[in-house]
Structure formats: structure tokens, C-alpha cells
Write a protein that binds this ligand. Structure first.
Ligand SMILES: *Cc1c(COP(=O)(O)O)cnc(C)c1O
Length: 250
């Protein structure tokens, strides 16, 4: 892309600023320090060119949700990103459901996986991250957030609270993984305030037990303010910045 901003860049810039303003206001309203919650821009279903546009606007942290779309897009973006470019190197997190057979490719590109919810996936990611470290495809252990199920719905995924510490202990014992905290997707039924209050309670107990894993990935386009009030350290925002996803997407 050349330097003259196109219409899409202008649109992304405007929506990005609106979301940053919402995030700043939510942090201020919750009496939290500015910058204490990261904005992860969810670029699933949008092309590598949009990621490049966002990089030019100073975004460097992205969320992707499925393979092989994500791996291809990351490779495309990194192929023409140079360390001399302004801004930090782009980082990509996996936020969607992980299939064990995709673990090896995810371990090549993901900084952190937000959606680990069962031992089988944890073990597959550990083996995959070990292989990626051995092959020089990554330099750091793979970050892990445990996706917590607030209502036990298997459709949305997540580990129920009663099984959370067994899974956390398993991650702690895996040397190619690094436990960073928790992730939630609020159920669509019920009150978001109720689900985020539950999230805050579970997160506080978890942080006491695993003080090095204090991250909380919570909040999306529709509920980021409530999530920030509940202690989110990372909101994952797609639609409010990128626009509506194609109907084929989830
Ligand atoms: C798509 C997605 C998001 C972004 O949701 P929006 O409502 O578009 O902001 C956040 N988290 C996960 C896990 C997603 O799959």
C-alpha cells in the first residue's frame, strides 16, 4: 500500500478512535489507570490488507479465530513487515475454538491462545509449541488463557469453574506453555452485568491462586464497558472497528 490513506483506512481510523475513546472512558469510569486494558482488534474474516491498514494506524495486537485463514493472513502480513517499520511488531492471538489437529499450525503464529478449555487441547498445544521452539519458529513459550464457561453451555466452550484449577495446574506443568490468565465470552441469555460479576468473582479467586496469571480477556464490541468495570485487561473488539462480518461467519 502507498501512503495516501484510502477510504477504508479512513473508515477504520474513525471507528478505531471511537473504540479507543470508549475504552478510555470505561477505564476512567471504573477508576482504573489509563492503558490498563489492552485493545485486541479482531480481524477474522477480514483480509491482510485491513491488518496492514490497522498497523499503519498504530494497532499492533490482533485476534484471529480460525485456521487456516489465520495462519495464511499472518504470513502475508509478516512477509512485508520490516523491523525498521514504525511501531511494534504485530502480534496475533488465537481467540477461537482450537481443534487439536490444528495445534501445530497455531503454535507457529500465535503469541497467546485465549481459548484453551480442555486437557486434550492443552497437551496438543504443549507438544506443538515445543516443536515450534525446537524448529526456531517461535522464541517464547505459547501464552495460554483458560476460557471459562459461565453457564456450562458446551456450544460456547469453556471449562467450568470446578475444573479450572486442574487445567491451570496442567498448563503450569507444561514447559512450552505459559499460563497468563482467563478468558470469557458472556452468554447471550441473561444480564451481561450478572455474567461479568461472575467473571470478576472467578477471576479474583484465580489471581489469588495464580498471581503470575492475572490477565482477564473479557469484553467485545457490545459489552466492553461492563467487562472493563469487571476488571478486564484485554477487550477483543471486531465489529465496532471492522464493520459487520460476512453472514457466513459465526
Ligand atoms: C469474533 C469474536 C470477538 C469479536 O466480537 P465483536 O462482537 O465483533 O466485537 C471477540 N471474541 C471472540 C472469541 C470472537 O470469536
Amino acid at each position: 500500500m502507498n501512503d495516501s490513506p484510502d477510504a477504508r483506512t479512513a473508515e477504520l481510523s474513525e471507528r478505531l478512535q471511537a473504540v479507543r475513546d470508549r475504552l478510555d472512558a470505561a477505564l476512567a469510569a471504573a477508576d482504573r489507570p489509563a492503558g490498563s486494558c489492552t485493545l485486541l482488534v479482531v480481524t477474522k474474516f477480514f483480509p491482510a490488507d485491513d491488518v496492514r491498514r490497522l498497523l499503519s494506524l498504530g494497532v499492533c495486537e490482533f485476534g484471529e479465530s480460525r485456521e487456516p485463514e489465520a495462519g495464511r493472513k499472518v504470513a502475508e502480513v509478516l512477509a512485508d513487515w520490516h523491523p525498521a517499520d514504525p511501531g511494534d511488531a504485530p502480534a496475533f492471538d488465537m481467540i477461537g475454538t482450537v481443534q487439536s489437529k490444528k495445534a501445530r499450525s497455531i503454535a507457529r503464529w500465535a503469541r497467546t491462545v485465549h481459548s484453551v478449555d480442555r486437557p486434550k487441547v492443552a497437551d496438543a498445544l504443549d507438544r506443538a509449541a515445543r516443536a515450534a521452539l525446537d524448529e526456531g519458529e517461535r522464541t517464547d513459550p505459547l501464552g495460554v488463557l483458560l476460557q471459562v464457561s459461565l453457564d456450562g453451555d458446551p456450544q460456547r466452550g469453556g471449562v467450568v469453574e470446578a475444573e479450572l484449577s486442574a487445567l491451570a495446574d496442567r498448563i503450569c506443568a507444561a514447559d512450552a506453555l505459559s499460563l497468563r490468565g482467563l478468558m470469557v465470552i458472556a452468554p447471550l441469555h441473561g444480564e451481561p452485568e450478572h455474567w461479568m460479576a461472575e467473571t470478576a468473582r472467578i477471576h479474583t479467586a484465580f489471581r489469588d491462586r495464580y498471581p503470575d496469571a492475572a490477565e482477564l480477556s473479557a469484553g467485545m464490541s457490545g459489552d466492553m464497558e461492563i467487562a472493563v468495570a469487571a476488571g478486564s485487561t484485554c477487550v477483543r473488539v471486531g465489529t465496532a472497528i471492522m464493520g459487520e462480518r460476512p453472514l457466513l461467519s459465526q
